[in-house]
Design a protein around this ligand. Structure first.
Ligand code: ATP
Length: 242
């Protein structure tokens, strides 16, 4: 279980972006974090995975607890070792490496190197397209294929929890559906918990168990997905229905 407990995040020692953000991700569940541009979704993910430092950000209040360990001040590497992995945006794959080499790179922090080949087959099971493209340079893949590769790299790290930042960004609608179906399948077959940040609320709620809505740096609504889908405010503001 992951607990984000009332955190504040400040960039450049002065810009307060998260103003008491809290959320929880139970083991084996998919949780969606929704909200408009600039609400603080990516910042929340980076705070969890320890990646804020590179952006000049810092958690200045509250704490992040995973499996009863306070990971708030841990390094990104240590957080990955603990089983929490943030999959980088598709565009951040290594463009000059092949698909297979990218997947190998995803496994770099693992100790059980014997199983790497087997896990690569698991990635190809979820994303058969990647198998056909395994010797191609990642830079030549479409946006959607690069996104699949980015998630595949996450699987290679064998995390217990996967953090995904806008997997639908810049991808054709049909492929978005396919990628989300794959994410659900990974969750079901691997038992991996998933925290997914999305602007595309429709698609995120189609696979999630529970959702949070973040506005101006804090959670303003949380509920099981079935409740969010029937909530009028959510329908109007986030699902494009009115
Ligand atoms: P988006 O979907 O547009 O990425 P978001 O909800 O993920 O939105 P964040 O990226 O977390 O939002 O950004 C929240 C706020 O923090 C924004 O106002 C943004 O301009 C600001 N911000 C993000 N990164 C930095 C940074 N490195 N330095 C200063 N301000 C930042």
């Amino acid at each position: 279980m992951l607990h984000v407990d009332n955190i504040e995040v400040v960039y450049s020692k002065m810009i307060l972006v998260l103003k008491g953000m809290s959320l929880q991700v139970p083991d084996g569940k998919i949780v969606a974090l929704l909200g408009s541009n600039g609400a603080g979704k990516s910042t929340t993910l980076k705070a969890i995975s320890g990646l804020l430092g590179g952006d000049g950000g810092q958690v200045t209040k509250g704490k992040i607890v995973y499996e009863e360990k306070d990971i708030t001040a841990w390094s990104p590497d240590k957080i990955v070792q603990q089983g929490v992995f943030q999959s980088m945006e598709g565009r951040r794959v290594f463009k000059h490496l092949t698909v297979e080499e990218n997947l190998m790179a995803g496994a770099h922090s693992r100790k059980d190197r014997r199983n790497i080949k087997k896990d690569m087959e698991r990635v190809y099971h979820y994303f058969p397209k990647l198998k056909d493209l395994n010797s191609r340079h990642a830079g030549l893949l479409s946006g959607g294929e690069q996104q699949m590769l980015a998630i595949g790299r996450g699987i290679m790290a064998k995390p217990k929890m996967l953090l995904l930042d806008e997997p639908s960004l810049g991808i054709a609608p049909l492929l978005v559906k396919e990628i989300f179906k794959n994410i659900k399948q990974i969750n079901e077959e691997e038992g991996m918990s998933i925290l997914v940040v999305e602007q595309n609320a429709n698609v995120a709620l189609s696979i999630a168990d529970y959702g949070y809505i973040i506005e101006d740096g804090r959670s303003v609504m949380e509920a099981p997905v079935s409740e969010l889908l029937t909530n009028q405010e959510v329908q109007e503001h986030y699902l494009g229905m009115s």
